[in-house]
Design a protein around this ligand. Sequence first.
Ligand code: SF4
Ligand code: SF4
Length: 204
Amino acid sequence: MGIRGIIKGLGITFKHLFETYSEDLKQGPDRYKTAEGIQDRLSADTKGIFTVQYPEEKIPVPEAFRYIPFLIYDELEGGERDIRCTSCGICAKVCPPQCIWITRSVNPETGRPIPKPEKFFIDIDICMNCGYCAEYCPFEAIRMDHDYEIAGFDRMNHHIYDMEKLLKPASYYAKTHPVQYAEEETARLEKEAKKAAAQAAKAA
Ligand code: SF4
Ligand code: SF4
């Protein structure tokens, strides 16, 4: 890290310390008692260090915040859900504590596998929130959620997430991860355009 890193770190610490008192002096008791003051403390632009009266007050989490993974489905017309997961199993293979279980769907007539999960479980007590599953998924089907209020009394009922609990619409993902979602959508549209151009060239 070196001396420059230490000085930089100390500089950030002193900046927070100074801003804590300068903001308190500037805003006075309003900072803690009025709705505007509370809103200011909860905004991304807030300065200094202060105590948050959780659960009444909650600090918004940054986009990169990661907790328990969720599965994404695209919303089709008529309310149909297009689950992105192909049950390839890569996430389960890379998961360090091995807390993902997947069963692939099977065509009942042919007995052949269908690239969709029939069952998908994550043991959230074992999940260490590393984000590897989201990092390695080739289909952008699993991402890290922002929801951290997941305490429950019954482990089996509340902490083993099944597919219904894990599935969330792409619109939810767009809301919680606007930058990442936009990047992925741009890349996807470019890929589709290239594919269409290649097909048109082949047909010509
Ligand atoms: S979430 Fe992604 S990596 Fe995991 S099984 Fe589904 S498609 Fe594969
Ligand atoms: S976040 Fe890490 S520990 Fe949790 S399910 Fe994904 S790979 Fe496993």
